[in-house]
Design a protein around this ligand. Sequence first.
Ligand code: P5A
Length: 432
Amino acid sequence: MRLSRYFLPTLKETPSEAQIASHRLMLRAGMINQTSAGIYSWLPLGLRVLQKIETIIAEEQNRIGCHRVLMPTLQPASLWRESGRYDDYGKEMLRFRDRHDREMLYGPTNEEVITDIVRQYVKSYRSLPQTLYQISWKFRDEIRPRFGVMRGREFLMKDGYSFDINYEGAKASYEKIFESYLVTFRRLGLTAIPVQANSGAIGGNLSHEFQIVAPTGESMIYYDAAYDTLGDQDMTLARLQNLYAAADEKHDPYNCPIPLENVKTARGIEVGHIFYFGTKYSKAMNLTVQGPHSETIIPEMGSYGIGVSRLVGAIIESSHDEDGIIWPTSVAPFHIGLINTKIGDERLDKIAEELYQTFQKQGFDVLYDDRNERIGVKFADMDLMGLPWQVVVGNKTLDQKTLEIKNRKTGERQDLSFEEGLRYLHHHLGTL
Ligand code: P5A
């Protein structure tokens, strides 16, 4: 991508409405634009990140045998009357009527729609277990939308739904998703702590949230200090051994299994939430299947959510510095930012142009800053955007035939020959 032709409206001033780093940086880096309170448009740079996150989530869901569907955002009130949630849900649900005066709503979640689909087709225990998921926009008329995409009104969610013939099956489905979420968050460059949670409006009695520790998080979590030193494998073990971590509303200081000296508190960003709720929806909505002895079985269900658009903010909260964003490679909008420090110098223009072509041919996502801008502006914008690698061509390129390669995260710079530079980038980006 050539920056001179890109749509990247970066801001020099810090927008006054943004209270936390991720919101500020997303606006300044031209990733999003607010259309209305809690409702955002995704601009090209932001959309690239959102789509990379989506792809990783989908890959991990597919890997464990979940199947992707896409349900409508608009739903009939009648389905929610069947489950009994239409009156319970309150003002967070956006309700309206169509031209035939039928009551409709913009879905805040999809338990009803998926149960309706499954009850139409699944008639035998042989068709189960089954887990279906989608990645789609939800609307919740949050009373206090804030922090940009962190607490939006319209937001992108991955929501999955499992159907099993008994409790053991449902628990196994829940655990499979649980493990897979830890892998998913790790691939996104995050360490998520699973915590015991309340199931709120979704219902049920087994529920975990996945929390990213960050000072700007909206939840308070209580966890065993042992978590701080655990790797991913151990995280799974920790859960199996019931190493305690709880969200605020579930934490009872008088009945906490962690020895007092080990209790740590932190603020967390909830990036995922999973629920087991048994037959709550299947029973209310008459979903039944025939068992092996022709008996009637009411399937056991769970639902599993990831805040996809919230993750963009959460990743930035956990990875930035005073100059801007520091993207983990897996979700970076581009791998490499190529900076030509002397646009208009024929020799350098030619070298930069050739490098740009070579990078692309070799499979790198590269953003070429070919703007006729002051060099200070170029460096500042590149740091702000947070691409993992910066490649600078300038005087040294002409004099010594070297490239300067800067690692955005460590700030480390190296002067390497073209050949070495390419090898170095392939090595670090895992493309060789
Ligand atoms: C699970 C999937 C559910 O809705 N039904 C289907 C269940 N769970 S949840 O916890 O209510 O939401 C899942 C995740 O969505 C993100 N999220 C939000 N992101 C941005 N803005 C919001 N207003 C918002 N509300 C929820 C969270 O990451 C949450 O874990």
